[in-house]
Ligand binder design. Structure first.
Ligand code: ZN
Length: 155
């Protein structure tokens, strides 16, 4: 198993240097979902899918070292803080009405950010959200246009 480097290039702003461990799912969301207990994890490799590594840890606590401090404590924290009032009720109670388009924009941005971070998990090599797409989330914050059931990220 390859350990994630603690230095490198931030996936969002391309800054080079120390990287911070970002939870794929924020801890507030884990608490909102009420996910209890531990889950076994395995990394299987090769055509025979032999177990290369296994461990047990609380559910939904994976972190990836892929973002710089400025992004993690700046716009990413701001996005988590802004989406929490809308996403936490969704997590706890299921479908709820959210004020569109403002809340829809936040939820789409959060989902996109979460997917971009999640694709950095080791040993994943499939990364369909490329650097150009990730740039849309960094400042200057892009506009998210909603029309009906479609959302577009535009500059
Ligand atoms: Zn950054």
């Amino acid at each position: 198993m390859t350990r994630q480097p603690k230095t490198g290039t931030c996936i969002f702003c391309d800054a080079e240097g120390s990287l911070e461990g970002e939870h794929v799912f924020a801890q507030w969301l884990r608490k909102a979902l009420g996910i209890p207990g531990y889950r076994k994890h395995q990394v299987r490799l090769g055509p025979a899918l032999h177990v290369a590594r296994q461990w047990s840890k609380p559910v939904a606590t994976s972190r990836v070292w892929c973002v710089c401090r400025a992004c993690n404590h700046g716009w990413m924290k701001e996005l988590e803080d802004q989406v929490k009032p809308h996403l936490a009720p969704l997590a706890r109670r299921g479908p709820v009405a959210v004020p569109a388009p403002a809340a829809a924009r936040l939820l789409v941005a959060w989902a996109f950010k979460t997917a971009a971070v999640g694709q950095e998990m080791q040993p994943n090599r499939l990364k369909p959200i490329d650097s150009a797409a990730r740039q849309y989330l960094t400042f200057p914050r892009p506009a998210l246009e909603t029309t009906g059931d479609h959302v577009r990220i535009v500059r």
